[in-house]
Design a protein around this ligand. Structure first.
Ligand code: FES
Length: 148
C-alpha cells in the first residue's frame, strides 16, 4: 500500500510526537499549513513532519517561535526543508546561540560576585549596573533623574 500523500492532524500528532493542540498553535502562528477537505477537515502535506521536527529542535535550543517562523517563511512554499536548508538555518541559529551563551556567561560571572552580598549597589553590583552603563547617560543619580 502506498503512503498517503496527505495526513490528518491526528496522524501528524502521532508521527511527530507533538500534541494536536500544539499543531493547531503552530498553524495559528503560520509555522505550518493545512488545507480543508470538502468535509472541512484539515489535511497536511507530508512535508509538515520535517517542519514540525525543525520547529521542535529550534524550540529546544531556545529559538523563539517568531524567529522560527521567519526562517521557515524564507523556504519556498510547501517545499520540504532540505538538508541544505537545515544547514543554513542551523548555522544562523548557532551564531545566535553563541551570542546568548556569551551573554549568559557574563551574567553568571556577575551573579557569582553577588552571591552572599545583597548590596544591590548601583556603583558596585555588576548585575544592577552592568559595565557602568548608566554613566553613559550622564553624571549624577541617573535613575532618580529619569524618574522625575
Ligand atoms: S548584590 Fe552586591 S555586588 Fe551584586
Amino acid at each position: 500500500m502506498a503512503a498517503a500523500t496527505e495526513l490528518t492532524v491526528g496522524q501528524v500528532a502521532t508521527r511527530s510526537g507533538v500534541a494536536i493542540s500544539a499543531l493547531h498553535f503552530y498553524e495559528a502562528r503560520g509555522l505550518i499549513r493545512s488545507h480543508r477537505t470538502s468535509g472541512n477537515q484539515r489535511r497536511y502535506g507530508r512535508d509538515v513532519l520535517r517542519r514540525v521536527a525543525i520547529i521542535r529542535i529550534a524550540q529546544e535550543v531556545g529559538i523563539s517561535l517568531a524567529e522560527i517562523g521567519a526562517a521557515l517563511e524564507s523556504l519556498p512554499e510547501g517545499r520540504t526543508p532540505t538538508r541544505e536548508d537545515w544547514n543554513l538555518l542551523s548555522t544562523a541559529w548557532r551564531d545566535q546561540l553563541d551570542q546568548k551563551i556569551a551573554q549568559l556567561k557574563k551574567l553568571r560571572d556577575g551573579l557569582t560576585d553577588c552571591i552572599g552580598c545583597g548590596c544591590m549597589s548601583i556603583d558596585k553590583c555588576p548585575l544592577r549596573n552592568k559595565e557602568d552603563r548608566l554613566s553613559a547617560q550622564g553624571p549624577g543619580a541617573r535613575r532618580l533623574l529619569v524618574a522625575r
